[in-house]
Design a binder for this molecule. Structure first.
Ligand SMILES: *[C@@H]1O[C@H](CO)[C@@H](O)[C@H](O)[C@H]1NC(C)=O
Ligand SMILES: *[C@@H]1O[C@H](CO)[C@@H](O)[C@H](O)[C@H]1NC(C)=O
Ligand SMILES: *[C@@H]1O[C@H](CO)[C@@H](O)[C@H](O)[C@H]1NC(C)=O
Ligand SMILES: *[C@@H]1O[C@H](CO)[C@@H](O)[C@H](O)[C@H]1NC(C)=O
Ligand SMILES: *[C@@H]1O[C@H](CO)[C@@H](O)[C@H](O)[C@H]1NC(C)=O
Ligand SMILES: [Fe+2]
Length: 284
C-alpha cells in the first residue's frame, strides 16, 4: 500500500515535471539514448527485427513500406519543420509531442499554426511508430503467462500483470478490450494501453483509449478529453497501411494476429519507465 502510494506520488510528480519542463525554466532535456536523433535531425527509427520476421501476423512488404515510406515521410517532415525552430531541436521527441498545440508552448516558441499541425501529425507519427516497433517481437514468442509476474519484477518496479489483473482480470481480457477499441476507430488511428494517475487521486490506473490519425495520448494540446490522455505503454497502429496488403479491409483479423506479436517484457519495461517519467527511453 505504502509502495503504491509512493509510486503514485512519484508518477504524479513525474507527470507534472514533464508537463512543466518545457514551460518553466530551462532544464536539461531527457537524453534520447537511441538512434532517433542524429546531429539534431531525426533518422528513420530502425526495426529491432528484419522486415520478414513478423510473419504470420505482418508481411515483409508491409513492414518495409511502413517503415521506409510512411515513417520515412514523417521523419522528413519533422526535420523540415524543426529546421525553422532551432530552440525546439533541443527538446526531446516526447516533450514536443506532449506539448505541441498547448497555447503557452506554441507562444513560447513562436510556432506557426500550420507548423503546429505539421508537428502534431509528423512528430506524432514518429513517436507512435518508434514505440510500435519497440513493442513487437516474433509471433507468439513472448508468452504473457511466463513473462509477466504478480510480484514486482525488480524491487520498486511495479508489476504490470498486477495492474492488468486489477482492471481486467487477465491479459486476454485486456487485449480483447484493446482489439475492440482498435476495431472501433473510425478511419485512421491507434488504440493504446496507457497509465495515468488514478481518478480517485490516489495511486494510478491503466486505461485503453483510442486516438485519431497520428494523435497520441501524451498530446495535451490536441487530446482535449482528459479521459483519453495518459502515458502510452502499448499502442497498435490501425491505419490501413499497417495491414491492408495482407488483410485487405478486415481490420479485426489483423488485430487478432497482431496481439501475437506483443513483446511483454518490453511492455513491462515501458510500464516501469512510465511511472518514473522516463518516457523517451521507451522509444530506445
Ligand atoms: C555528427 O557530427 C559528428 C561531429 O561533427 C560527425 O563526426 C558525424 O559524422 C555526424 N554524424 C552524422 C550522421 O551526420
Ligand atoms: C522483403 O522486402 C524487401 C523490400 O521490398 C526486399 O528487398 C526483400 O528481398 C524482401 N525479403 C523477402 C524475404 O521477401
Ligand atoms: C507554414 O507557413 C509558413 C509561412 O506561411 C511556411 O514558410 C512554412 O513552410 C509552412 N509550414 C509547413 C509545414 O508547410
Ligand atoms: C499463438 O498463440 C495463441 C495463444 O497461445 C494460440 O492460440 C495460437 O494457436 C498460436 N498461433 C500460432 C500460429 O501458433
Ligand atoms: C479472462 O477474463 C475474462 C473476463 O473476466 C474471462 O471471461 C476469462 O475466462 C478469463 N480468461 C482466463 C484464461 O482466465
Ligand atoms: Fe503506421
Amino acid at each position: 500500500m505504502a509502495k503504491l502510494a509512493r509510486t503514485a506520488a512519484l508518477m504524479a510528480a513525474a507527470l507534472l515535471l514533464f508537463a512543466m519542463g518545457t514551460i518553466g525554466t530551462k532544464r536539461t532535456p531527457i537524453p534520447v539514448q537511441c538512434n532517433l536523433k542524429v546531429n539534431a535531425t531525426y533518422a528513420i527509427p530502425g526495426l529491432p527485427l528484419a522486415y520478414d520476421a513478423y510473419m504470420p501476423a505482418i508481411d515483409n512488404e508491409t513492414m518495409f513500406l511502413h517503415s521506409q515510406r510512411h515513417v520515412g515521410a514523417a521523419v522528413t517532415a519533422v526535420n523540415g519543420v524543426l529546421a525553422r525552430y532551432p530552440e525546439l531541436r533541443v527538446l526531446s521527441l516526447s516533450e514536443i509531442v506532449s506539448q505541441i498545440g498547448v497555447k503557452r508552448f506554441n507562444r513560447k516558441y513562436a510556432i506557426l499554426a500550420n507548423d503546429s499541425i505539421a508537428l502534431r501529425n509528423n512528430a506524432g507519427s514518429l513517436w507512435n511508430h518508434a514505440h510500435f516497433w519497440q513493442i513487437m517481437t516474433t509471433f507468439n514468442s513472448s508468452n504473457p503467462a511466463t513473462v509477466l509476474t504478480d510480484a514486482e519484477p525488480k524491487a520498486g518496479v511495479p508489476s504490470l500483470k498486477a495492474a492488468i489483473t486489477a482492471k481486467w482480470g487477465n491479459t486476454t481480457a485486456m487485449l480483447d478490450a484493446l482489439r475492440a477499441t482498435g476495431a472501433g476507430v473510425f478511419g485512421s488511428g491507434w488504440a493504446w494501453l496507457v497509465v495515468r494517475p488514478a481518478a480517485s487521486g490516489s495511486g494510478y490506473e491503466l486505461a485503453i483509449v483510442p486516438s485519431p490519425n497520428q494523435d497520441n495520448p501524451l498530446m495535451e494540446g490536441y487530446t482535449t478529453d482528459p479521459a483519453r490522455r495518459g502515458i502510452p505503454i502499448l499502442g497498435v497502429d490501425v491505419w490501413e497501411h499497417a495491414y491492408y496488403l495482407r488483410y485487405r479491409n478486415v481490420r479485426p483479423a489483423y488485430l487478432s494476429s497482431w496481439v501475437g506479436l506483443v513483446d511483454w517484457a518490453r511492455v513491462q519495461r515501458n510500464y516501469a519507465l512510465a511511472v518514473t517519467g522516463s518516457i523517451d527511453l521507451m522509444l530506445c
